[in-house]
Design a protein around this ligand. Structure first.
Ligand code: LLP
Length: 419
């Protein structure tokens, strides 16, 4: 359930009509609903109420906007970050350092250093090499870093290949067959408090069987590590739960996921940690765009909108489907291609799509754009960086400005020898 609903034929974000935002802020523009973010955070937490000790870390990569992070902080969420930049955002949003989990295969020494100083709560270690570096950095400061070893369980999550992370040939984590030995070596290092394991098998998971298989392997490893005398207090099960992108699509619900986790972890006696991103932010946002013109095509018409693949990259990158709806539908339907103005054919949002009929000047909304939308935007073709708006009831505010090409141009210079 989200708070983007039609009222008297106009699509609203909570109590604000989207055309009002389009008029005042311009298009394209991302619009987030605070009530939806809060609702998703609560539904997810509630779904896991069968697990006695939990920690929720919002995957900042899915939507790093400062205002969004503030809402989730308010809901008691910490953050899962994958760069020091994301960590700074989470801290700027007021999240306690202790509630932040630092993941990622390529944490640099400088990043580890700053994160240790900041008191980041848990480092999810992706390799033995990284663990050795982290222990050294912390030890030299007279500090102890808290870690969890990320294990690659060699399970196929059945997601799009580009967002699968838990197969043996993916770059993430340490191979499960080597995990026991690596854990023992890292746990013995001064400067290191290795307290558990982490796993994340992929994103936009639409079937829970691979999660069950992966979690089962982690549970067995927890038992083996304890039998070897290690203390395991935390297990991070990552994120990945999928969301419906098409009207009518059915996916595993947070409740089903929660029931699976409660069952699989029943005798683990640990704090179970989660890193949900998309399931919280995905349906909390839409991308509003205006139709520049409708162009006749050889087969179906091309609806050229003012959003492009630089604003919403998912269709171009992953062939992802986003529902496209008219903000003020006229009741007619047509079959069309929805494309942006960028000079390459991958700048296509929908092909041969049956959708609301729209004409020049009309507004459309790309649904389920709150996750991996604005955060993956860029300025290709010297287009502005897309702005973001947060709605709360009948209020709305710009929470990220449109960054104009002139600002980006001002950061470039011609070297002396070319002058
Ligand atoms: N934890 C880790 C270690 C991750 O790598 C990810 C996502 C998450 C949590 C959050 O996953 P989520 O709950 O959002 O599925 N850009 C792609 C998705 C990339 C996901 C990368 N990792 C897309 O637009 O579909």
């Amino acid at each position: 359930m989200d708070h983007f609903q039609y009222r008297d034929g106009v699509l609203f974000a909570e109590d604000v009509a989207l055309p009002t935002i389009a008029e005042t802020v311009g298009t394209p523009v991302y619009v987030y609903s605070e009530a939806t973010l809060r609702r998703h955070a609560r539904v997810f937490r509630e779904a896991l109420s069968g697990v006695p000790r939990t920690h929720f870390a919002f995957a900042v990569k899915s939507n790093p906007n400062l205002a969004v992070l503030r809402v989730l902080k308010d809901e008691g969420f910490g953050a899962d970050v994958v760069s020091i930049g994301e960590a700074r955002r989470a801290l700027a949003a007021g999240m306690p350092a202790a509630d932040i989990v630092f993941s990622g295969v390529g944490k640099t020494d400088a990043e580890l250093d700053e994160a240790v100083e900041a008191g980041i709560g848990q480092f999810n270690l992706e390799s033995e090499e990284e663990g050795i570096e982290l222990a050294r950095i912390a030890h030299e400061k007279g500090l102890t870093a808290t870690g969890a070893l990320r294990v690659n369980p060699d399970v196929d999550a059945g997601t799009h290949d580009k967002i699968s992370t838990g197969k043996a040939d993916n770059k993430f984590g340490v191979p499960i067959f080597a995990a026991k030995e690596i854990f023992a070596r890292l746990a013995a290092l001064p400067g290191m408090n290795l307290r558990g394991l982490a796993v994340h098998i992929g994103s936009q998971i639409t079937n829970l069987d691979p999660s069950r298989a992966a979690f089962g392997k982690i549970g067995a490893l927890v038992a083996e590590l304890r039998a070897d005398g290690h203390t395991i207090t935390h297990v991070d099960l990552g994120g990945g739960l999928g969301v419906p992108y098409r009207a009518g699509e059915t996916l595993p619900t947070p409740a089903e996921y929660g029931a699976l986790v409660a069952e699989v972890t029943a005798d683990w006696d640990v704090t179970v940690m989660f890193e949900p991103g998309r399931v919280i932010s995905g349906n909390s946002g839409v991308l509003v765009s205006q139709v520049i013109r409708v162009k006749r095509g050889a087969n179906h018409p091309f609806i050229v909108v003012d959003a492009a693949m630089n604003d919403l990259a998912r269709p171009a990158m992953y062939d992802a489907w986003h529902d496209v709806v008219a903000v003020e539908p006229k009741g007619e339907r047509l079959t069309a291609n929805v494309v942006g103005p960028i000079c390459e054919s991958s700048d296509t949002f929908a092909k041969n799509r049956e959708m609301d009929a729209v004409e020049t000047g009309d507004l459309v909304a790309f649904r389920t754009a709150g996750a991996y939308g604005a955060t993956m935007a860029n300025t290709y073709n010297s287009r502005p960086l897309v702005p973001e708006v947060l709605v709360s009831g009948d209020r709305y505010a710009v929470v990220a400005n449109r960054i104009e090409p002139a600002t980006i141009l001002a950061a470039e210079q011609v070297p002396d020898w070319l002058k």
